[in-house]
Design a binder for this molecule. Structure first.
Ligand code: CP
Length: 337
């Protein structure tokens, strides 16, 4: 059956994810340059991107289809996203019209809209993305919302498979990393779920005040129960890193002060030693990998010597964005869909 929505890896079984990755590997090894001939992917970017933007366009081209991009930075009428307001300001077009119009030109739609980071409850419920989803009548891909980044997780799963990182028994450490600003929870929440669903022993290590929200931890623990993995959280970095197969770094907002940028900034100002560096790997496995979704600030979240060193697989992850998304598009729009 054709895939109608790609929003959350939790909507799929591990076997279905593995089938998607097998399709990605097949398309990588045996190209099908006409599979999506005549198909159009509409891409709505309400937030910035390098990888997602270019990898979706490249994916469509490699499959024989086409794509177009709409973003507020382009020469379009200002886009209003709030509901129920009188539009007497700068924006001349509302998403309620823009989304159906864009959708009517495409066979599938991708939407990127980062978290507002005002109310944690709204971001955990993915309120803004869900409201936009109601306006879409064609297959839809979440290209990163307030709380989901399924395309990144698919690529990261593929990367670990290719590197031979064990599923059951593999130790995955998701570590908070320093950044001058509060960043969204989409990547840490999706990454945690992906690693738990893959059957790994997952440790989330973060400073006090940056614990991942309980619903995200509970959802991952449920996935681990099915996969045979485990999920735990700690602020003891030394203990967390022992025996790690993977250290996955990500910067995210304080959850204690969610939406309060001043309090968040105060909490993080003394945490600059949460910069991944060679000593972090001292007690990890000798073949421990460094992962990050990118973009990353050099010398801030991670040192040059780690990022440029043999442990780093960040470019491999980024390249797998394209192969993974080709499989998603093929299942949505390809032969037999
Ligand atoms: N990892 C990721 O989604 O990168 P972009 O923000 O550049 O798309």
């Amino acid at each position: 059956m054709a895939l109608k929505e790609f929003n959350d890896l939790a909507d799929f079984s591990a076997a279905q994810v593995q089938a998607m990755l097998a399709l990605a590997a097949r398309l990588q090894q045996r190209p099908e340059p006409q599979a999506l001939a005549g198909k159009v992917l509409a891409l709505l970017f309400l937030s910035p991107s390098l990888r997602t933007l270019s990898s979706f366009q490249a994916a469509m081209m490699r499959l024989g289809g086409g794509s177009f991009v709409i973003s507020p930075d382009m020469s379009i009428h200002g886009l209003e996203t709030r509901s129920g307001i009188v539009m007497d300001g700068v924006a001349a077009e509302h998403l309620r019209e823009a989304i159906p119009v864009i959708s009517s030109y495409g066979d599938a739609l991708g939407i990127r809209a980062f978290a507002n980071r005002v109310r944690l409850e709204d971001d955990l419920a993915d309120t803004e993305y869900r409201a936009m989803r109601e306006l879409v009548r064609i297959p839809l891909i979440n290209m990163e919302s307030a709380i989901q980044h399924p395309c990144q997780s698919l690529a990261d799963w593929k990367t670990m498979d290719e590197l031979g990182v064990p599923k059951n028994g593999g130790k995955f450490v998701l570590s908070w990393a320093w950044h001058p600003k509060a960043l969204p929870l989409a990547v840490p929440s999706s990454t945690l779920h992906m690693a738990a669903m893959r059957g790994m022993d997952v440790t989330v290590v973060r400073p006090d005040g940056f614990a991942l929200p309980q619903p995200i931890m509970d959802k991952a623990r449920k996935a681990a129960e099915t996969s045979g993995g485990t999920v735990r959280e700690t602020s003891d970095r030394k203990e967390a890193l022992e025996g790690a197969h993977v250290i996955y770094a990500k910067e995210w907002s304080s959850t204690r002060h969610y939406g309060d940028r001043v309090a968040d900034a105060r909490l993080r100002e003394d945490l600059q030693d949460w910069r991944v560096d060679d000593p972090w790997f001292a007690t990890a496995r000798p073949d421990c990998r460094f992962m990050h979704c990118l973009p990353v600030r050099r010398g801030v979240a991670v040192t040059d010597r780690v990022l440029d060193g043999p442990r780093s697989v960040v470019i491999h992850e980024a390249q797998n964005r394209m192969w993974g998304q080709m499989a998603v598009l093929y299942q949505m729009l390809g032969p037999g869909a």
